[in-house]
Design a protein around this ligand. Sequence first.
Ligand code: SF4
Length: 691
Amino acid sequence: MTDSHCPYCSLQCGMALSPSRSGLQIAPRADRNRTSNPRGDDGALCRKGWTAGGLRGSRERLTSPLIRDRATGELRAVDWDEALDVVASRLAALRAEHGPDANAIFGGGGLTNEKSYLLGKLARVALGTSQIDYNGRWCMSSAASAGNQAFGVDRGLPFPLADIEEADVVVLVGSNMAETMPPAARHLDRLRERGGKVVVIDPRVTPTAARADVVLQPVPGSDVALALGLLHLIDAAGAVDETYVRERTTGFEDVRRSVASWWPERVERITGVPSGELREVADLLAGSERVMVLTARGAEQHATGTDTVLAWINIALALGMPGRPGAGYGCLTGQGNGQGGREHGQKADQLPGYRSITDPADRAHVAAVWGVDPATIPGKGRSAYELLQALGTPEGPKSLLVLGSNIVVSAPNATEITARLQSLDLLVVADIVMSETAALADVVLPVTQWAEEGGTMTNLEGRVILRHQAITPPAGVRSDLDLIAGLAERLGAPGVWPTDPETVFEELRAASSGGKADYAGITYDRIRAEDGVFWPCPAPVEGEDHPGTPRLFADAFAHPDGRARALVVDHRGPAEEVSADYPVHLTTGRVLAQYQSGAQTRRIRELPDEGAFVEIHPLLAGRVGARDGEPLLIRTVRGEMKAPARVVDTIRPDTVFVPFHWVGVNKLTNDALDPSSRMPEFKVSACAVSA
Ligand code: SF4
């Protein structure tokens, strides 16, 4: 048996893997209580985890590099040397003709820390390009932006997930935890068994909402107004922790003044949430010792996502919660390594260790580890969506190397972005299967999946964990680290390009040392011994290991003065208001059996692949003549799709919901960006619905 973790979501449930005749045997790891901070998975797996071995031995796996023949347009099998030679020579030619930013890289939140680190180094050192970002920008970047502004640091949860059980009230804002990470929802059940309360805020009564004590169903795009109204009531009730606010925050008096006009009836008009329900939640928060607020994609994937998170952080600060045991604010990150992926260099504005690419001292530190002149490290590049929008334009990149992302399914305004991909001189995609994006590529590179390689991930708690290699990869398949090193070597890049994950991690430790996300004290041996180590974990001092930091903010926040920032935000509403032509709100999300773009889970036989559907309330269904199971046409200004109706009374009558795991709904979603995080507004568009 080999210890590993699930290949999918940020909970990173522990797994014991062993080869079997049918491919790979998977069991949950039962050693969850080995540390004083038990893993959040509660020793369980969801059905996606149980069946994750389904691609082992599958005919869907890619096992040979493929190059598109220019004459026939068909992909033909080649060996790895030929594929890497072609890619490297075309990248070099594009750079010579158009400059270093002609080449771009798009990474993924599922890549290990080692891959994320080496991919960032490939961009900055081997290609000299500033054009690198990753799909985590679409996942939790609004929470990251808000966390940096308010607390001075961005770590999804500043406490272990199991701390949920210690709270008196947990507020889930836009999280469908019971479907997206079912083992985590057990903590909610235990909280309720000991008398705690769960509040869910979501336009749909999801399986998570069904387990809650109070459910608020605001109109999509009105989350900021809801939070402003709650803080108004909390202040009016005299429940602000004045000592905490005075001693641990700045800016709160401005925030207090800004919510003075957000009385409940005004909030009701904007959000559709009855003022009585708003008062009920405000009373609950005001009267509780330990309140925990957790946001997820429902709150964050908006053009106002950062403001929404800041508004909820203001509530947590007003109540004096961040830093208190069993309380505070946290973000439930989504992808397996969305957190580590941005900490170590895949994001356009960051260098390893959460260092800033614009800070001279940060650049000098990383340059010294890389063995290059700091002046050669490019500056800040375009954010993920802006990068894709620029592809193939006169000023934009001419090539794109994609690792661990299925852009055709997951990008907003996907028809436009697919056209951008098709306009490139060179599209290279590394994947384990022929995803919709790989199918467009000029060069496809077959890479290892999680059980066939080792590496670290940083889960939603900031816990750095280790996946061990359990099985040998199929013939013809190489790891992303081999791919990156092979390209760097052919491009004549300076420095070393290791392919062994532990060796890469040793370099990452040095690059992160002294940064916000400091991994210098974390080693593979420590992760094995302690079942994960929480960052920041600086290097040992006088031979003494740093214990790691499971809980942040107990004494100080990460701003230089140690105080959190309460920041004024205002309600702006969705970027696209409903109108006579598009009178319904469209929102998107996930289902239990599928993960992200579905490139893996849609190919696993044991998981039901039911295709997209449209959840619609009976009142709206009656108005448009929709019947359960019969096709509905959904249109936005960007495109249209058909999918069968699911008539349910658990959704608002002015809103329809479509899951995003299949090609379709992201052709309709809005690409308006949050001004701070550059997160697209996946969660609300104006649409028309007809039978
Ligand atoms: Fe755990 Fe998430 Fe994997 Fe399910 S998908 S087993 S919740 S890590």
